[in-house]
Design a protein around this ligand. Structure first.
Ligand code: SAJ
Length: 420
C-alpha cells in the first residue's frame, strides 16, 4: 500500500450512480474499505450481489471482485469514515436554471451525525461556483462543534473534485484522466489530492474550490458550444443542399479545425445541464453559452419537423425510431433528446405507429410505454415494417445494420452514419 492508501482506512461514497459506484469500486480495488450509500433500495441490493445496475462496458468484473472480497459494501445509511465523497445529482430548478442542492443537503443531513474531526468531505457532483462553500456552511449548521479551517480545533476538511469520465469509457478514464482538485483550505486540497491519488494515476491539478467548480462547468460548456456549432451547420447545410457530414470531414482536415458531430440534440445529465449554471450565475455575460443551449435544445424540434414532412400523405405511417438512449452504447435515458423526439412524435401524431429499437434496455420507460401507438421491437422487424426509418442513436447494433435492407424506405439519419 502507498502512503496515500494508508491514510484512508474507511471511505464512504454517497450516491451510487454512474459516477459514484465506479469511483467507490476503483478506491476499493486498491484495498481500501469502501461503504457505498444510496437511497435506492434496488441499487443497494443489486450492488451487494456484485451486479452493476446500469450498462458500463468492462465494469462488471471489477465490481464483482471488490464486492466478493468484502472491500465494497452498499447500504442505505451513512457511517463514520475518514473520507466522504458526495456523488449525488445536482439538477437545476426553475426558469433561471439555478442549482437545486436538495440532494446534497439530504446527503449532509445523513452524514452530519457521523462526522468526526479530521474527516475529509469531497463534493464530486457538478456544481455552480460557491456550492462547496455552501455545503461546508450547511455541515457547520448541523454540527456547530466542528470547524472549517486548517488551524482550527475540531477541523474537518472540505474540497471539490469534479468528475470527468465519459460514460461508456469509465474503466479507462477513471484512472487515466487528469483531475482538478480544489479545497476550501490548503490542507483540504492536499487531503483530497491524496484520496484521489489512491486510484487516479494521472495528474491531480490543485486549485481552490470555486475555480475547480468553474473548471468543470467550463469543460462541459466548451463541448456544448462546439456541438451547437455542428448542429447549426447541419441546419445551414440542409437549407443549402450540402451534406454536412462530408463538409465537416473536409473542414476537419485543416490542421486547426476540429468540428464535432451534429445529432438529434444534446442529452445526458451533464452537457445539457451544466452550462445553465454559468448562465444563471452570470446572465448578462454568458451570451454564447446560452445561445449554444438554445441551439442544441432546438434541434429535436427540427428532427420532428423532418419526420412530420416525411409522414405527409401516409394514412397511418409506421416509423422505426432507432435508439432512445442519450448517446451510443449505453442504457442511460436521462435528458435524452431521442426519447423526447419519440414521445412528442407519438403524442402529436396519434395515427403514426412507432416502433422503438433500443438494444440497451429490456423495457420501454413509462413515458413511452403509456402511449398506445409506441411499441418496442427488434431492429430487423422494426425496419422491415417501417415506412420511415429514423436513426437517432449510433449504437453498435445500428451501425452494423445491413443498409441494403432499407430498400426505398425514407431514411432520416440524424447521426450521419449510414451512407444512404
Ligand atoms: N454529442 C453530439 N455530438 C458530438 C458529441 C456529443 O451531438 O460530437 C451529444 C451526445 O450524443 C449526447 C451529448 O452530446 O447527447 C453528450 O454526450 P458526450 O459524449 O459529449 O458527453 P457526456 O454527457 O456523456 O459526458 C460529458 C463529458 N464531458 C466532456 O467531454 C467535456 C465527460 O467527460 C464528463 O465527465 C461528463 O459530461 C459529466 O459527467 O460531466
Amino acid at each position: 500500500m502507498t502512503n496515500a492508501q494508508q491514510q484512508f482506512n474507511d471511505v464512504c461514497v454517497v450516491g451510487l450512480g454512474y459516477i459514484g459506484l465506479p469511483t467507490a469500486a476503483f478506491i476499493a480495488s486498491k484495498g481500501i474499505k469502501v461503504t457505498g450509500v444510496d437511497v435506492n433500495p434496488a441499487f443497494v441490493e443489486t450492488i451487494n450481489k456484485g451486479e452493476v445496475p446500469f450498462v458500463e462496458p468492462g465494469f462488471d468484473e471489477m465490481l464483482k471482485d471488490v464486492v466478493n472480497r468484502g472491500l465494497l459494501t452498499a447500504r442505505f445509511d451513512q457511517i463514520e469514515a475518514d473520507a466522504y465523497i458526495v456523488c449525488v445529482p445536482t439538477p437545476f430548478k426553475g426558469e433561471n436554471h439555478e442549482v437545486d442542492t436538495k440532494f446534497i443537503n439530504s446527503a449532509i443531513d445523513a452524514m452530519a451525525p457521523h462526522l468526526r474531526p479530521g474527516a475529509l468531505v469531497v463534493l464530486e457532483s457538478t456544481s455552480p461556483p460557491g456550492t462547496t462553500r455552501a455545503m461546508a456552511d450547511y455541515i457547520l449548521e448541523k454540527r456547530p462543534d466542528l470547524a472549517v479551517g486548517d488551524d482550527e480545533e475540531n477541523a474537518i476538511f472540505v474540497a471539490h473534485c469534479p468528475e470527468r469520465v465519459l460514460p461508456g469509457q469509465i474503466m479507462e478514464e477513471m484512472e487515466n484522466n487528469d483531475r482538478v482538485v480544489g479545497g476550501l483550505t490548503p490542507r483540504a486540497t492536499e487531503l483530497a489530492r491524496n484520496l484521489y491519488s489512491t486510484f487516479c494515476t494521472a495528474e491531480l491539478l490543485t486549485t481552490d474550490a470555486t475555480t475547480a467548480e468553474m473548471a468543470k462547468l467550463t469543460e462541459n460548456s466548451f463541448r456544448d458550444v462546439n456541438i451547437a456549432f455542428a448542429n447549426e451547420l447541419s441546419l445551414i447545410c440542409d437549407r443549402l443542399g450540402i451534406d454536412v457530414w462530408e463538409l465537416i470531414e473536409l473542414a476537419n482536415h485543416h490542421p486547426r479545425v476540429n468540428i464535432l458531430q451534429p445529432g438529434p440534440g444534446v442529452g445526458g445529465h451533464c452537457i445539457a445541464v451544466d452550462p445553465w449554471f454559468i448562465v444563471s450565475a452570470t446572465p448578462e455575460e454568458a451570451k454564447i453559452v446560452k445561445m449554444a443551449r438554445d441551439v442544441n435544445d432546438g434541434k429535436p424540434q427540427w428532427v420532428i419537423n423532418k419526420v412530420v414532412d416525411a409522414m405527409e400523405g401516409l394514412e397511418s405511417p409506421v416509423v422505426a425510431a432507432l435508439g432512445i438512449a442519450f448517446k451510443n452504447d449505453i442504457d442511460d435515458l436521462r435528458e435524452s433528446p431521442s426519447l423526447n423526439i419519440v414521445r412528442q412524435l407519438a403524442e402529436e401524431n396519434p395515427k403514426a405507429d412507432i416502433r422503438v429499437v433500443e438494444p440497451n434496455v429490456d423495457e420501454l420507460p413509462e413515458s413511452l410505454a403509456e402511449l398506445s401507438n409506441i411499441q418496442k421491437q427488434d431492429l430487423d422487424d422494426a425496419v422491415e415494417a417501417a415506412d420511415i426509418v429514423l436513426l437517432l442513436v449510433n449504437h453498435k447494433e445500428i451501425l452494423a445494420f445491413d443498409t441494403s435492407k432499407l430498400g426505398s424506405k425514407t431514411v432520416i439519419d440524424t447521426k450521419g452514419v449510414w451512407s444512404v
